[in-house]
Write a protein that binds this ligand. Structure first.
Ligand code: NDP
Ligand code: KPL
Length: 309
C-alpha cells in the first residue's frame, strides 16, 4: 500500500513515521517551510513506543508531484481544512486514493464527503498526545498511540483489510472499528469538553477532575454532545457517557489539551472546527447547547492566536 501523509505536523509525522518503520511506502505532502525543515533535519520521533528517525523521506509540495497513492492520511488542523480540500480533491481525482482523516471533530467529514464523494472518505480518529518541538521533531508524551479507522462505504472494505495486514509490523496500534462513527462521536464529545474547559480555565485537566463545580461543567458539555450525537443517529449509552468522564480522570493532573497548549503559545486554536462545529450542527437540529455556546463565546477571541490589546 502506498500512502501519502497530507500535513506533516505532530500527528502526520508520528503515524507516517510508524508506517515507514513498518516498511510501508509513505510520502509527505507539505508546505515549503516544513519541506525545508524535513530535508535539513529528517523526520524524528521521540516516543515511549520507540524512537524513530529517517533522513530521507519523500516530500511533495505540489499536487502534480504526487505519484499514485492508495491512501491519504489527512492530518491538518480543522482551520486548514477548507484551504486543502481542492488539493486533496485533485489528488483523489487523479489517483483514486481513499482519504483517512484523523482530525478531531466531525465537521470535516461532511465537507470531505461533499468534495470527494462518500465512497472515498473513511472514518478515523487518533488517540495520542504528541507535539512538534522547535526543531520540528515529534515528541510523543503519553505511553502509547492508537489510530482507529473504519469503512463508511462498501468500496472501502479492501483498503481497511490492507490496513489490518500492516498491524503486526507496527509499533503503534491501528484498530479497525466496525462502528467507527460511534468512536468518533465519543472522541468528539470528550475533546469538546477537555479542550474547551482546559482552554477557558487556562489550567490543566487536574483542575477539572479535582474541582466538583468544574467537573459539573464537563459533564454538562458531554451530555450536550450526547444529545447532538443522538440527533445524528448515534445513541451514546450512560456507560459510554461515564466512559468519557472516566477518560478525563485517566489523564495525569498536569496534562492538558492541544487547544490549551496552542492558546498558551499564542497559536490559532480549533475553536471553530470543534465547539463551533457542534453549534452549527445543533442549529441544524434545532437543539440548544448552552454550556458549549458559553465556552465558544469565551474562546472565540483566541481563534487566530492571542489578540493584542
Ligand atoms: N497532536 C495530537 O496529539 C493530536 C491531534 N489530533 C488532531 O489532529 C489534527 C492535527 O493535529 P496536529 O498534528 O497536532 O497539528 P499540527 O499543527 O502539528 O500539524 C498540522 C500540519 O498541517 C500542515 N498543513 C496545513 N496546511 C497545509 C497545506 N496546505 N499543505 C500541507 N500541509 C499543511 C501544517 O503545516 P505547516 O507546518 O506548513 O503549518 C502542519 O504541519 C487536529 O485536528 C488535532 O485536533 C488528534 C489527536 C491527538
Ligand atoms: C486529548 C488529546 C491530547 C489526545 O487524544 C487530543 O486529541 C487533543 O488534546 O487535541
Amino acid at each position: 500500500m502506498n500512502s501519502l501523509v497530507f500535513g506533516a505536523g505532530a500527528l502526520g509525522c508520528y503515524f507516517g513515521g510508524r508506517l515507514l518503520e513498518a516498511g510501508q511506502d509513505v510520502s509527505f505532502f507539505v508546505r515549503d517551510k516544513r519541506a525545508q525543515q524535513l530535508m535539513d533535519q529528517g523526520l524524528k520521533i521521540s516516543s515511549p513506543e520507540g524512537d524513530f528517525e529517517n533522513q530521507n523521506i519523500a516530500i511533495y509540495t505540489s499536487v502534480e508531484q504526487v505519484p499514485n497513492v492508495d491512501l491519504i492520511l489527512l492530518t491538518v488542523k480543522g482551520y486548514h481544512l477548507d484551504s486543502v480540500i481542492p488539493q486533496i480533491q485533485a489528488i483523489v481525482e487523479r489517483t483514486g486514493a481513499f482519504v483517512l482523516p484523523l482530525l478531531n471533530g466531525m465537521e470535516h467529514m461532511e465537507k470531505l464527503q461533499e468534495a470527494l464523494g462518500k465512497e472515498k472518505v473513511l472514518g478515523g480518529l487518533a488517540a495520542i498526545v504528541a507535539t512538534l518541538d522547535e526543531e520540528g521533531h515529534v515528541v510523543h508524551t503519553n505511553s502509547n498511540s492508537l489510530l482507529k479507522y473504519g469503512a463508511l462505504h462498501s468500496e472501502q472494505i479492501q483498503i481497511c483489510e490492507q490496513l489490518e495486514e500492516i498491524q503486526q509490523r507496527l509499533k503503534s496500534t491501528f484498530k479497525r472499528e466496525a462502528d467507527i462513527l460511534r468512536h468518533m462521536w465519543i472522541k468528539y464529545s470528550f475533546i469538546t469538553a477537555f479542550s474547551g474547559i482546559t482552554s477557558a480555565m487556562q489550567l490543566p485537566v487536574g483542575y477539572i477532575t479535582g474541582t466538583p463545580a468544574t467537573m459539573n461543567v464537563a459533564k454538562k458539555v458531554i451530555q450536550e454532545m450526547g444529545t447532538l450525537a443522538e440527533k445524528e443517529g448515534i445513541y451514546l449509552s450512560e456507560d459510554e457517557v461515564q466512559g468519557i468522564i472516566n477518560m478525563m480522570k485517566s489523564f495525569k493532573n498536569e496534562a492538558t489539551s492541544s487547544m490549551h497548549q496552542d492558546l498558551r503559545k499564542g497559536l490559532p486554536i480549533e475553536i471553530e472546527h470543534l465547539q463551533g462545529g457542534a453549534l452549527r450542527l445543533a442549529e441544524k437540529h434545532q437543539v440548544q447547547l448552552p454550556v458549549i455556546e458559553t465556552i465558544y463565546g469565551i474562546l472565540k477571541p483566541y481563534e487566530n492566536g492571542r489578540p493584542e490589546y
